[in-house]
Write a protein that binds this ligand. Sequence first.
Ligand code: SAH
Length: 385
Amino acid sequence: MGRKRQSGKLPSSSANPKSVERERSGASDRVALTPSALHRWLTARGEPRYREQQILGWVYRDDAVSFADMSNVPRALREALEEHFRIVRPEPVAVARSQDDTRKLLFRFERGAEVETVIIPDPPRLTLCVSSQAGCGMGCRFCATAQLGLRRNLSAAEILAQVTGARRLLRPTERLTNIVFMGMGEPLANYDNLVEAIQVLTAEWGFALSGRRITVSTVGLVPQMERLVRETPVQLAVSLTATTDELRSELMPINRRYPLTQLVAACRRLPLPQRRRITFEYVLLAGVNDRAADAERLCTLLRGLRAKVNLIPFNPFPGAPYRRPEESEVRRFQEALLQSGLHATVRRSRGVDVQAACGQLALANRSEAPVQDQADPSAHQVPAA
Ligand code: SAH
């Protein structure tokens, strides 16, 4: 591939130093390559800035296996890189394929961090749902990931490794078009590493994705939402799911810190780019938040906001105390919103048979199959637990 001079934003140098992880294996004690760690190291050596983009381009755009592949980087620098860094490039340890062709990948990172990543083909789009944390500390009652608790934040390299790892599994006819931060974890609770990953996803020398094709979904961490809109070009989705503080605090404990009125007021103030709207996700729980009065309150709450509502019928998981509403109830709720002039869509559940749908990611498919020949779909099948 031609190596023309690359342009694009540089990863922020202020990114969290905690993302620098060390591998303790025998004599090698090399640092995991993250954009921020590379930035600091190259700066300290006085290397020209374009080297950073060159090297990250090799890792993320070209999926380089080693520094030795980086033919436009001087040999002495390649060797120094090799000595200091290791490229975070794990293969998924298991792949579960749904009947609807959704694919759920299991990644195992160091220090016991396991996460799931979901490939969702929906031609002409192909969306990758990535995880930002191993487990989650937000405690939402209707979400399977919450039951795991928070294990740890993922580094930017681990977030991006899910993208390169998934890309390697795509068929020759498939191309990644969209990224949603809707896998495990609360992305805005891992803000610095999230932004570092977004910089590579949107950079021309990286994944070259438009910010419109990247969505960050949050439980509603108000200060970080404001920063995200100011500092990145991505789409924001806010998980609302209830229209009274009483119910929302019960379903989503974060509501005690940022109650509904504060959250919605913050959304009204966000400096959204032109023609952008905020997506409000609303998980429909039968008999809990799916009645006519809920729809009415939702309309009142969002009146005048540049909003669209995405209704997500509850996806069950073992032991969940909720039910999915009937299709007719879902339609009725949607109709009520549309009648009041709200833009409202219903999210189709994908990958339910392999527990890959929203709120089902909980490392449930424990039997592991080696990831084999990509041309044969049956080769990846992992039976559901
Ligand atoms: N922590 C972030 C992103 C992950 S969840 C957030 O909460 O927004 C992505 C979406 O799935 C959220 O809107 C969440 O409310 C929804 N969700 C969680 N559990 C669900 C379930 N069991 N069924 C349907 N949607 C669920």
